[in-house]
Design a protein around this ligand. Structure first.
Ligand code: FMN
Length: 169
């Protein structure tokens, strides 16, 4: 089968449900950067590696390519508004939201309370791939929360029904 057009590709991707994250970092001047991302994936267990893809056109692209550390905050159902806010360009992203920031004594990327989990990553690799850049990070620290995850499917946010269809155990 050949790819008829871009729309077919987009439609196929929209058939894949995913979680939603906010990827965040603080640059050497103390400025905070972040964007909403559903391209998050695990890569390796040993060492523990994950990836996220960032568009080359993102305003935060340069900051993430240079970042030595970033956090991947996996969003809960209660964080739809934050997901939308961090998908907007040219807004004050961090002002309206209560992130926990690093200090001189304890430097870390911005962490979002109320998330399902916040993964603190050390940057391991950066790959250019088409119009996106793949950021590969090694997990240094994990903070787990308790909530219900936010799901993105067919171009919209969905509520997850926590019903076990079939267990692998
Ligand atoms: C549900 C959802 C998922 C998204 N996933 C990604 C993604 O994986 N990578 C990406 O670069 N942009 C993604 N975006 C778009 C960015 O969040 C958006 O372009 C953002 O404005 C980029 O931030 P910046 O340009 O201020 O840096 C997503 C948006 C939404 C609503």
């Amino acid at each position: 089968m050949t790819l008829k057009n871009n729309q077919t590709f987009r439609d196929a991707l929209s058939a894949f449900p995913s979680g939603v994250t906010i990827v965040s970092t603080t640059d050497e001047k103390g400025r905070h950067w972040g964007f909403t991302a559903s391209s998050f994936s695990s890569v390796s267990m040993n060492p523990p590696l994950v990836l996220v893809c960032i568009a080359n056109t993102a305003d935060s692209h340069a900051a993430f390519v240079k970042a030595q550390r970033y956090a991947i905050n996996i969003l809960s159902q209660e964080q739809k508004d934050i997901a939308m806010h961090f998908a907007r360009k040219g807004v004050d992203k961090f002002g309206p939201h209560a992130f926990r920031y690093g200090t001189d004594d304890n430097p870390h990327p911005p962490m979002l309370p109320g998330s399902m989990a916040s993964l603190v990553c050390v940057a391991r690799d950066v790959h250019e791939a088409g119009d996106h850049t793949v950021l590969i990070g090694e997990i240094q620290d994990v903070e787990l929360g308790e909530a219900t995850p936010l799901v993105y499917y067919n171009r919209g946010f969905r509520n997850l029904e926590l019903e076990t269809a079939d267990s692998l155990a």
